[in-house]
Design a protein around this ligand. Structure first.
Ligand code: FES
Length: 100
């Protein structure tokens, strides 16, 4: 299998030890599958990854796109995901969700 062009990283609040903590996993139920379907529909070459806590809990749910290193905050709806993926296709990060 070829190495993907991008990784879309969704915080799932995992901890090295113990139960998930933080807010991201509480507001992103079904998102990994939704993103997976969207990137297939859009023909994007990206791998979806659920991550440990990204240490930005106060801005969560968090999503990161690499290698662009775009960090998005408040990604709590399919509409937000669509907006971010639209921006990725256009080559510009979705400003309303961009974390500073
Ligand atoms: S739980 Fe997602 S940033 Fe901490």
């Amino acid at each position: 299998m070829a190495i993907p062009q991008r990784m879309i990283i969704c915080c799932q609040s995992f901890r090295a030890a113990g139960e998930p903590k933080g807010i991201c996993h509480k507001q992103t139920d079904g998102f990994l599958q939704y993103i997976e379907e969207e990137i297939l529909d859009r023909g994007m070459d990206a791998l979806v990854v659920g991550s440990t806590c990204l240490k930005q809990c106060e801005s969560g749910p968090m999503m990161v796109i690499q290698p662009e290193n775009w960090w998005f905050k408040g990604v709590n709806s399919e509409e937000a995901i669509d907006t971010i993926l639209d921006g990725l296709e256009d080559g510009e990060p979705a400003a309303e969700y961009l974390a500073s």
